[in-house]
Ligand binder design. Structure first.
Ligand code: SF4
Length: 350
């Protein structure tokens, strides 16, 4: 199978093209066509001579994802289902915010983490996505925006779609290097957020390479007993291990970390849980933000319901009054299959 051009950093592509007898500078030219001029065919790269153009076409592909279906919400959210070259399906979501356009990317086909509230976790991991398949999701959304001719650019990326990014660490890190390169897609590091279910060893590694992007950790419960019921991963990485990794990350990067907390009715949304969370955060509060997430019920997990709005606000107030930085995640696409993985899981079960 030919390789996708979107899987290479500029340095990697320079080396690869050099191996084919091209000048290293050819890679800069190719990147310009990929990310600035957004060519979708090799024949559009008119300033690359015919021989080199043919060489590119012989060894590489420009599009390895095909749109399979798309759902559009009245709030502007668009959920894309892409078919990969091996016919697997993945979800990518475009969200419109006041601050710009953000794309939520998937990192694996399915997921093995098995969070008990998650639609994606119902379909076990089939394989990791390559770096190119991660980058190309953003490119496909950008092509869609280009065709709409509203002169809009993807400005933010959240690595929060299906899969555990740190279970596909090397490909995800490579993709981030490509996405944030100012000669390429040029999405600033501070506009990129990676969310992990709490693979503590990988949080250490991520801190060491400090890509200057944002890190979010899915905590969802303040005690091991409760977190263990909601997230299987807590058996491998207890809250203590996760918080040790948080401390290491804060020490190494001095960057604020986000703790994600999905509110499940009468499971983790009581005042006592908020107080336990405050105690857990302790003196890390100046570098911590808690993101409260309203739950999107999925038919397969009937044991979980969405917390009442008043309960959500009370939880928020309790945290705020104790000086915890806290926000409530805005919901997107509630009139389409809003929960991550729902569209894919529907198509696969159909
Ligand atoms: S929430 Fe994320 S990590 Fe957990 S099962 Fe779903 S996709 Fe996997």
């Amino acid at each position: 199978m030919k390789e996708s051009l979107f899987g290479f950093t500029l340095e990697q592509l320079s080396e690869r093209l050099e191996g084919y007898g091209q000048k290293r500078s050819r890679a800069v030219q190719v990147w310009d066509w990929l990310y600035r001029k957004r060519a979708t065919k090799f024949s559009e790269m008119v300033d690359i001579n015919q021989e080199s153009n043919q060489l590119l076409a012989n060894h590489f592909v420009l599009q390895s994802l095909n749109e399979y279906t798309r759902q559009e919400s009245t709030d502007g959210t668009i959920k894309f289902l892409f078919k990969l070259q091996d016919n697997n399906l993945i979800e990518t979501v475009l969200m419109k915010h006041k601050f710009g356009l953000s794309v939520c990317v998937t990192t694996q086909v399915g997921c093995n983490i098995g969070c008990s509230f998650c639609a994606s976790g119902l379909l076990v991991k089939n394989r990791d996505l390559s770096s190119s398949e991660i980058v190309e999701q953003i490119m496909q959304v950008q092509y869609y925006l280009d065709l709409a001719k509203h002169d809009e650019r993807v400005s933010h990326v959240v690595v929060m779609g299906i899969g555990e990014p740190f279970d596909n660490f090397t490909n995800v890190v490579n993709a981030i290097r490509i996405i944030k390169d100012h000669k390429g897609l040029a999405i600033p590091a501070r506009h990129i957020t990676v969310s992990t279910s709490g693979l503590a060893d990988k949080i250490h590694e991520f801190a060491d390479i400090d890509l200057k992007v944002n890190l979010a950790i899915s905590l969802h419960a303040p005690t091991d007993e409760l977190r263990g019921q909601i997230m299987k991963i807590n058996r491998a990485f207890s809250i203590e291990k996760v918080m040790q990794a948080v401390d290491y990350y804060l020490m190494k990067t001095n960057r604020r970390i986000t703790l994600e907390y999905i509110l499940l009715k009468d499971i983790n949304d009581h005042r006592e849980h908020a107080l336990q969370l405050i105690a857990l955060i302790g003196d890390r509060r100046h570098l911590t933000n808690v993101n409260l997430i309203p739950y999107n019920p999925v038919g397969e997990h009937r044991q979980y319901q969405r917390s009442e709005h008043e309960t959500l606000l009370a939880f928020y107030d309790t945290l705020k009054k104790q000086g915890i930085n806290c926000s409530i995640r805005l919901e997107h696409g509630t009139d389409i299959d809003a929960a991550c993985g729902q569209l894919r899981s529907k198509q696969i079960q159909a």
